[in-house]
Design a protein around this ligand. Structure first.
Ligand SMILES: [Fe+2]
Length: 203
C-alpha cells in the first residue's frame, strides 16, 4: 500500500488578476478548477490506500478507475501550475536562453508562434512547448485532455490551455484571439528560470 502526502493548491500570483485581455473573472473561475484538481488528487490517493488490489481488473475495478482518473487530476495540476506560473508578463519576442532554443529548434520565434498556435487550434485541451530530453530539442505537443498525450521524459516550458473554460467568458468561440492574448501575457523570465533550473543544455 503506497502512502502519500496531501498537497495544497499553489497560490495565484496577484499579476494573474490583471492580465491584458484575459479577465479577472475568467482567471478566478479557472483557478477554482485548478483547486478542484488538487482536491480530487488528494481524494483519489486516499481511496487508493484502501482499494482492493486483489480485485484489479482491466475492464472495471477500483484500482483501474482510481488510477485512470488520478492521471486526469495530476495532469490538471501539472498543466495549470505551468500555465498560471508563466502568465503575468508582457509577452513579446522570446528573450534569453529560451529565445536561443526556440530559434534553434523552430527556425524563428514567428515559426514557433505559428506552430504553437496551430497546435492550440488543433488540440481540444492543451498545446505544450516541451523539451524532449531524448531528442534534445523543443517540440510543440498536442493535448486533448489533462492526461493526453504526454510524452515521457519531456519537460513542458510553455503550457497553452485551450479548453473552452480558459477563454469562453472573454472570447466566446474565438480561440485564436485568446491564444494571441495568452502569448501577449507570457512571462519569459519565468520560462528562462525553468530552462536554467532544469539545466536544459544549449549543446
Ligand atoms: Fe484550464
Amino acid at each position: 500500500m503506497s502512502s502519500y502526502e496531501e498537497i495544497r493548491p499553489r497560490e495565484l500570483k496577484p499579476a494573474l488578476l490583471e492580465l491584458d485581455g484575459i479577465s479577472r473573472a475568467s482567471v478566478e473561475a479557472h483557478y477554482r478548477l485548478y483547486q478542484g484538481y488538487v482536491n480530487k488528487r488528494n481524494e483519489i490517493l486516499g481511496k487508493l490506500g484502501s482499494a482492493d488490489l486483489s480485485g484489479a481488473n482491466q475492464i472495471y475495478s477500483d484500482v483501474r478507475a482510481l488510477k485512470v482518473e488520478l492521471s486526469f487530476a495530476v495532469g490538471g495540476i501539472k498543466n495549470h501550475e505551468v500555465y498560471f506560473e508563466h502568465l503575468g508578463g508582457s509577452g513579446g519576442e522570446p528573450k534569453g536562453t529560451i529565445a536561443t532554443l526556440i530559434t534553434r529548434d523552430f527556425g524563428s520565434a514567428q515559426a514557433w508562434r505559428d506552430d504553437l498556435k496551430a497546435t492550440g487550434m488543433g488540440g481540444r485541451g492543451w498545446a505544450w512547448t516541451a523539451y524532449d530530453w531524448d531528442e534534445g530539442r523543443l517540440f510543440n505537443y498536442i493535448g486533448d485532455a489533462q492526461n493526453t498525450y504526454p510524452i515521457w521524459n519531456a519537460t513542458p516550458l510553455v503550457a497553452l490551455d485551450v479548453y473552452e473554460h480558459a477563454y469562453f467568458l472573454d472570447y466566446q468561440t474565438d480561440r485564436g484571439a485568446y491564444i494571441d492574448a495568452f502569448l501577449a501575457n507570457l512571462d519569459w523570465a519565468v520560462v528562462n528560470d525553468w530552462v536554467s533550473k532544469y539545466q536544459i543544455p544549449l549543446r
